[in-house]
Design a protein around this ligand. Structure first.
Ligand code: PLZ
Length: 446
């Protein structure tokens, strides 16, 4: 099933006839509320290549939203999954525990920031991890208020919808939302009214004063932040903002929760993005890449906080499924053995080099930002106003899709193109995908 040549090859126009037939069946069978970026149906994958049902080979620059960091059908993951499936697929850890769950928790405690004593608990999805982190913080502090930020994305369950900032499409028609969630301004350098240099200090000053006026410091159970915001537009907080928030939490007895669901597991060039500023979060929520493509999520943190909820207070039927744990151990093993964090840095350098060339000819690229293999461009009207250009963004993404490169958009204003290739991608595929991005920009602007 592995591909003969790891390269982009198109046999049909995209989407091809077999994909188009499936698209018709999808419209008849699948709720239209679950939308699809491109109706290109996948048959199998290999590394950073996805092969569709018409035999076209696509370059994956999205990794299924930052999941396939170790690549598609990584042999170590395939072997671990097959082996575990033949042993047993489920017992429920709360009924009959098994070694894999414990081993994944040990790995999480080892790799997350900080040398303090830690504990972990496993769940199924990023939203579930974030929601449990809030439960744990509330149990540990005896407080209720949770602070989240503009442009934040934390999930689609009721509590995480309340924590997510963007209304359209995530919250539209789905209220009422969970109470005791307070939203503060994000230190978003590109759009900070006072300019990027003053962004961290001013955003933090605004944070402290608004918390004092609206919430009361003693009521804050947790401050929840993505160390680089993902869905909100790959917003890298102004330097210093993350550490100021974490210090504020320490000073006021609040739990600092880093949502590393998208940034975690080598994506940004470190095991976790919090490490970049030397921040040690009290709790870290993880999911996505840790499972090597299988659903698995976790909360990891200070032992005294993690052990605060009542015994039996955390759990779930499927949390820490044995096959997901086996896949995670194989994926984490690859990250360790192949230094995928180092690889993410080099991928990032290659991508930003190419993006710099592109920005030099297209003033529509307002900003290039990101870290490691998590890079993006913000697309604007080139008249000095920074007006978001969602239409151009959409046209460029459509051009990439037609040429066989899976590239994702994001951003509160729908005007960010993000690059999240598998960390095992080869240089030639990165270059080819960046050529396609350049062609798609040129075409959309012609
Ligand atoms: N926290 C930082 O990025 C998931 C969502 C895509 P789940 N991001 C992709 C969509 O439209 O649903 C995400 C994230 C951060 C939490 C989550 C939620 O993770 O595994 O999707 O629940």
């Amino acid at each position: 099933m592995s591909v003969v040549q790891r390269e982009r090859t198109l046999r049909t126009a995209l989407p091809g006839p077999a994909s188009q037939a499936l698209a018709g069946r999808r419209r008849a069978a699948v709720s239209s509320a679950v939308s699809v970026g491109n109706d290109i149906y996948i048959d199998h994958g290999d590394g950073a290549i996805l092969v569709d049902v018409d035999g076209n080979q696509l370059i994956d620059f999205g990794s299924g939203i930052a999941v396939a960091s170790v690549g598609h059908a990584a042999p170590a993951v395939v072997a671990a999954v097959s082996e575990q499936a033949a042993r047993f697929t489920h017992t429920c850890f709360m009924v009959n525990p098994y070694p894999g769950y414990v081993e994944v928790c040990e790995k999480l405690n080892e790799h997350t920031p900080g040398g303090h004593e830690k504990r972990s608990a496993l769940f199924n999805s990023g939203a579930e991890a974030v929601e449990n982190a809030v439960k744990i913080a509330r149990a540990a502090t005896g407080r209720q208020a949770v602070i989240a930020f503009d442009h934040a994305y934390h999930g689609r369950t009721n509590l995480t919808m309340a924590l997510t900032a963007k209304v359209q499409p995530y919250k539209d028609g789905f209220g009422p939302f969970a109470p005791e969630v307070y939203r503060m301004g994000m230190a978003y350098p590109y759009r900070w009214p006072g300019g990027a240099e003053r962004c961290a200090e001013e955003a933090f000053a605004e944070f402290t004063s608004r918390v004092h006026v609206q919430v009361g410091e003693d009521h804050v159970a947790a401050v929840l932040l993505e160390p680089i915001q993902g869905e909100g537009g790959f917003i890298v907080p102004a330097p210093g903002f993350v550490s100021m928030l974490s210090q504020w939490c320490a000073a006021h007895g609040a739990v600092f929760i880093a949502d590393e669901v998208q940034t975690g597991f080598c994506r940004t060039g470190d095991w976790f993005a919090s490490e970049f500023e030397g921040v040690v979060p009290d709790l870290v929520a993880t999911a996505k890449a840790m499972g090597g493509g299988l659903p698995l999520a976790a909360v990891t943190g200070r032992a005294e906080i993690m052990d605060a909820p009542v015994a039996g207070g955390l759990g779930g039927t499927f949390g820490g499924n044995p096959i997901s744990c086996a896949a995670a151990l194989a994926a984490i093993g690859m990250m360790e053995a192949d230094d995928l964090a180092g690889r993410a840095q080099r991928i990032g350098e290659r991508i930003t080099g190419r993006l710099g060339e592109l920005a030099a000819v297209h003033p529509q690229i307002g900003e290039i930002r990101g870290r490691g293999a998590m890079q993006a461009v913000e697309v604007v009207v080139p008249d000095g106003t920074k007006t978001p250009d969602a239409a151009l963004t959409k046209a460029v993404l459509a051009g990439c899709a037609r040429r066989g490169v899976v590239m994702l958009g994001c951003g509160t204003f729908g005007n960010v193109i993000r690059m999240l290739p598998p960390l095992v991608i080869g240089d030639a595929l990165v270059e080819d995908a960046m050529d396609v991005l350049a062609e798609s920009f040129a075409e959309a602007l012609a």
